[in-house]
Design a protein around this ligand. Structure first.
Ligand SMILES: O=C(O)CCC(=O)C(=O)O
Length: 242
């Protein structure tokens, strides 16, 4: 990542990883995901409560536990290289945030506008890893650039009608290719439109944070270290000898 890429990512709040995932990996992700959807393996968020069919699977939750291929994709070096530009060398994947596949079946309703984190919280980078192409027609994600840097407090979920919201007017749609990876600061307002096609629009959503230099407990079971190490650099005493 160049300095200019890092600047762009930090100031706009989002970044498209230049490389796409290799075809073999995307194919494996799709094979495993098809099986999870066809067999309706819980935990699942449904498009409509009470209508439990494979075509109605909106979201597969807790994917890291389901198959090792999801962690392999989430640890892909080109993704971590880009995240390192923002978060530094010690990177943890959170299993209690995101950790899901948005299946977004045909006709799937919008993802409401939200800021996943608040501005005062430690930076959380979200990766959307695309198993299928994402277009305006199938409801690609839309991001309000720079909204992670707002110097005031606003509701995490502003509510209201999808297209009437201020966020809709301010946001940019971000279409992505199959195998593409979109990174953004989760504090940016984002959402996605209705899927008006007759196909699904699948993407993995994964959250990453820098390892907290002040954490003295190093084996938090909700976090997986995917790059670097869990070192204590907060305020060491006795001072390390030189
Ligand atoms: O992929 C999308 O449509 C929205 C992603 C998102 O906000 C999420 O998965 O939390």
């Amino acid at each position: 990542m160049t300095d200019e890429d890092i600047w762009y990512f930090k100031y706009t709040g989002y970044y498209r990883v230049p490389e796409t995932l290799p075809e073999y990996l995307v194919n494996r992700l799709n094979e495993v995901t098809c099986k999870q959807v066809d067999e309706m393996i819980e935990p699942i968020v449904w498009e409509e409560k009470g209508d439990r069919r494979p075509e109605m699977v909106r979201r597969l939750s807790k994917i890291i536990e389901r198959d090792p291929v999801y962690l392999e994709a989430a640890s892909y070096p080109a993704i971590l290289d880009s995240i390192e530009g923002y978060l530094g060398p010690n990177i943890e994947l959170l299993t209690n945030k995101h950790n899901h596949i948005m299946v977004r079946p045909a006709g799937s309703y919008p993802v409401p506008w939200h800021s996943g984190e608040q501005p005062w919280e430690p930076t959380l980078i979200t990766a959307l890893i695309y198993l299928e192409e994402s277009t305006i027609e199938n409801g690609c994600v839309r991001i309000v650039p720079g909204s992670h840097a707002r110097p005031f407090n606003t509701a995490k979920r502003p509510g209201g009608e999808w297209k009437d919201a201020n966020e809709y007017r301010r946001a940019l749609p971000v279409p992505m290719p199959k195998g593409g990876v979109l990174l953004f600061n989760d504090c940016c307002y984002h959402g996605s439109g209705i899927n008006s096609t007759d196909q699904s629009r699948r993407s993995m959503t994964i959250g990453y944070r820098a390892h907290d230099s002040h954490d003295t407990l190093k084996d938090d079971p909700e976090k997986i270290i995917v790059r670097g190490e869990r070192i204590y650099t907060g305020h060491t005493y006795p001072w390390p000898s030189e």
